[in-house]
Design a protein around this ligand. Structure first.
Ligand code: NAD
Length: 564
């Protein structure tokens, strides 16, 4: 095995251990998996997804991380400071093997401009959510969320649980955005997605996330409308700027049924291509004059949101899908940008309230059969949950694995730990080919403060309170997750969110069972508590349903006494 290869990286598969324990081994394999060309968007630059979300700061840092994980002992902990390994400390067996802090800045300095300056000095890197915390699993990582969001909107606006005969329009076919067409297809709808970069379109075609690619906007729109009229499901990527497609739709008075965007607008320097520039010209201007680039990107983003608002006013069900495009447009002068609804209050909050979120697992064996066996286990354990039932049958039918086989499922309180422990038994008795790692997106119930996304419009106004993700990270460390990360930035950009992630391995041992039982209960549990504290009824019901396992001394607002 050439551990220090920088091209065509592929995580080792199988039951052979290369590190001194499965905690280190899983972190190593998942780091490498993030940079597998099947998985990461631009591995040559260590970019995994979401604009410039990186797995490590530099190739030198990557090599040192790998070298250290290979020798890390079972009572040691490696510390990563924004993608760079800085120290190994003696801790204890049940402590995390790796602790990661990425992109964090003191509040007053938390601007994109300051971040760019510090990145240029070699002092930080952008960790996004699962890029710098080594648990990205390709476009599958967001697809169930996209599916859930679209079902909830179809329900609210059309009284349906599908999108048959409906047109979904959006932009961006990157790491996360690439999930949009497949989610629409799972709901029998038609999707038209604008994407400037032909390589991204190609990637989605080969991975089965997209049916067709066209360069002519009128032809693409025509085919989409035909499919919609016939109730057929069809997904088309159009090589064009978002505004070109939206201008055309407005000019022709074609109103999509559902409308959104997943360009990486949260990062106007690295994630959004201005209207007048090709991908190549954009790269040149970005390198030569970043300030001019950001100016042009922000002006295109403003026009983009004006287009979304106009189509929204004309009847398209329009939602912000977590890329902070509204705030970027608002800062560029679009005063009513926030007339567009955010997707979390519209559809995901209910799930978060019950402790449900994008939980995931990856088979370190590399064998898809292990994931299918775990699909069966999930259906056996939770088959009476119609949402999970529907999801597993769709995932089995439509999702091609990228890199190590993995599965995502919105499991909630009481489900994640039960499932983790049963999986650990299947590893112990040899049913599965190798250990399984459990992790999740930072976009989860109790692990993020992001006032334009996960915590937008909280019932008690606590949108910007960031104690919760910090408590989440500390709780996961105390509970013994194998690796824990705390990041700033993520999906909505520098200055707009703080969030934590935690990953734990089921290696079949009793020690793993203890760690899994604690982490997979406590981690979503804090989300339930956070939402109960904010007043959500479903969370209070979840607390009552598990009253013997929760102890919550004081919830709800408590004012500091005023001095007379
Ligand atoms: P990415 O950087 O991998 O892809 C962005 C894509 O947008 C690229 O393919 C790029 O070519 C394309 N693009 C840029 N400007 C364009 C334009 N003007 N017109 C058409 N296409 C354009 O990013 P990603 O991982 O796909 O994430 C997209 C956004 O979604 C990010 O802001 C990310 O933070 C956010 N996100 C949301 C969620 C969620 O749960 N809703 C989850 C993760 C990420």
């Amino acid at each position: 095995m050439d551990w220090f290869r920088h091209e065509n990286i592929r995580a080792p598969r199988g039951a052979e251990l290369h590190c001194l324990g499965w905690g280190q081994e899983a972190a190593l394999r998942m780091l490498m998996n993030n940079l597998d060309p099947e998985v990461g968007e631009d591995p040559a630059h260590l970019i995994v997804y979401g604009g410039r979300g990186r797995a490590a700061r530099s190739w030198q840092a990557y090599d040192k991380i790998v070298e250290t994980l290979l020798r890390l002992e079972n009572d040691q902990t490696l510390l990563i400071q924004s993608g760079k390994p800085v120290a190994v400390f003696r801790t204890h067996r049940q402590a995390p093997r790796v602790l990661i802090a990425n992109s964090n800045l003191v509040g007053k300095w938390a601007s994109l401009e300051e971040f760019n300056r510090l990145e240029d000095l070699g002092l930080t890197m952008y960790g996004q959510m699962t890029a710098g915390s080594w648990i990205y699993i390709g476009s599958q990582g967001v697809i169930q969320g996209t599916f859930q969001t679209l079902v909830a909107l179809a329900n609210q606006h059309f009284g349906l649980d599908h999108l048959a005969g409906r047109l979904y329009v959006s932009a961006g076919l990157g790491g996360m955005g690439g999930a949009q067409p497949l989610a629409a297809k799972m709901l029998d709808g038609v999707a038209l997605i604008a994407e400037v970069d032909p390589h991204r379109i190609e990637r989605r075609l080969t991975s089965g996330y997209l049916d067709a690619a066209l360069t002519s906007i009128p032809d693409a729109v025509h085919r989409a409308l035909e499919a919609k009229a016939q109730g057929e499901s069809l997904t088309i990527g159009i090589q064009c700027h978002a505004n070109q497609l939206l201008d055309y739709l407005r000019q022709e008075r074609i109103i999509p049924d559902v409308l959104s965007d997943q360009t990486a607008a949260h990062d106007p320097l690295a994630g959004y291509i201005p209207d007048e520039l090709s991908v190549g010209d954009a790269a040149r201007l970005r390198a030569k004059d970043p300030e001019e680039y950001v100016k042009q990107a922000r002006s295109s983003i403003a026009r983009h949101v004006e287009n979304l608002l106009a189509l929204n006013a004309a009847g398209a069900v329009t939602f912000d899908y977590g890329n902070n495009i509204r705030r970027e447009a608002f800062d560029a002068g679009v005063a009513n940008a926030f007339d567009i609804q955010g997707y979390v209050p519209a559809s995901i909050r209910d799930l978060f309230s019950e402790g449900k979120g994008p939980f995931r697992w990856a088979a370190l064996s590399g064998n898809p059969a292990d994931i299918y066996r775990l699909d069966d286990l999930a259906l056996e354990m939770f088959g009476d949950n119609p949402l999970l039932r529907r999801w597993f049958s769709l995932a089995r039918r439509y999702i091609q694995f990228q890199g190590l086989p993995a599965r995502i499922a919105y499991m909630g309180q009481g489900e994640r730990d039960a499932f983790g422990l049963r999986t650990n038994q299947l590893v112990a008795d040899g049913t599965l080919g190798a250990p399984v790692v459990f992790g999740r997106d930072h976009h989860d119930t109790g692990s993020v403060a992001s006032p334009y996304r996960e915590t937008e419009a909280m019932m008690d106004g606590s949108d910007a309170i960031a104690d919760w993700p910090i408590l989440n990270a500390m709780l996961n460390v105390a509970s013994g997750a194998h690796w824990v990360a705390f990041h700033h930035g993520g999906g909505t950009g520098i200055g707009y969110s703080l969030h934590a992630g935690a990953n734990t391995v089921a290696d079949g041992s009793s020690e793993s069972a203890e760690r899994l039982a604690r982490v997979l209960w406590n981690d979503p549990g804090l989300g339930v508590v956070r939402h109960a504290d904010a007043g959500y009824e479903k969370s209070k019901q979840t607390l009552s349903a598990f009253q013997d396992r929760f102890d919550t001394p004081l919830l709800g607002p408590t004012r500091v006494p005023k001095q007379e």
